[in-house]
Design a protein around this ligand. Structure first.
Ligand code: UP5
Ligand code: MG
Length: 190
């Protein structure tokens, strides 16, 4: 397919850093289509997919689902959509994810939006979210944060070395965080 003209922005940050919250605002202001990798996986567990139980068990433990599964879900979502601008939230989570996306989807991200937020604030947000997510308990939150530090930060470093990271302080109020994000997307769109 016509992969070459699609534009992709990766959105990364610790668990509870506001990826979903900020992506909703970016969609509204800048016309992107938003895919949350976590949401795609949660939908897959509810669809009766053969991998559903395995995915659910991994997520309950804050562990990462195999690249082949998540990359396929993202690719399918992109191809089924008519838009050519995509925010991919919560992906790539490790170097293996990044390389698999590069190989299979074969699109370089325009940039990586990095939501920077300290662990104490992340914990506070997730423990008061109350949306019934099976991974929003203190034990799993700690595991999710550890995976973020050990596996996801190397992906941020990879793009940082290529001058492709746009970092914002995500510890502020949502509207203030979005002011910084707006400046980044405005200059990207020209
Ligand atoms: N909130 C948001 N912004 C705020 C602000 N500025 N000030 C105060 N409160 C703020 O926000 C979280 C909560 O904080 C909300 O209540 C919000 O109102 C409030 P949200 O926008 O939901 O943050 P987000 O970063 O999206 O948090 P989320 O919990 O979704 O992040 P995770 O990265 O933990 O979850 P995700 O869904 O991406 O992944 C879940 C699991 O899926 C992973 O642990 C893993 O097991 C699996 N997974 C993979 O295996 N592979 C993948 O590629 C992706 C996921
Ligand atoms: Mg989210």
């Amino acid at each position: 397919p016509s992969n070459k003209k699609m534009k992709v922005v990766f959105v990364l940050g610790g668990p509870g850093s506001g990826k979903g919250t900020q992506c909703a605002k970016i969609v509204e202001h800048f016309g992107f289509t938003h895919f949350s990798a976590g949401d795609l996986l949660r939908a897959e567990t509810k669809s009766g997919s053969e991998y559903g139980t395995m995915i659910q068990n991994l997520m309950k433990e804050g562990k990462l689902v195999d690249s082949s599964i998540i990359v396929r879900l993202i690719q399918k979502a992109m191809l089924e959509n008519e838009n050519d601008k995509f925010l991919i939230d919560g992906f790539p989570r490790n170097e293996e994810n990044r390389i698999a996306f590069e190989k299979i989807v074969n699109i370089e991200p325009e940039f990586l939006l990095f939501l920077d937020c300290p662990e104490t604030e992340l914990e506070k947000r997730l423990l008061s979210r109350n949306q019934g997510r099976e991974d929003d308990n203190i034990e799993t939150i700690k595991k999710r944060f550890k995976v973020f530090m050990e596996s996801t930060l190397p992906v941020v470093s990879y793009y940082e070395q290529r001058g492709r990271v746009r970092k914002v302080n995500a510890a502020k109020a949502p509207e203030e965080v979005f002011e910084d994000i707006k400046a980044i997307f405005s200059s990207f769109q020209g």
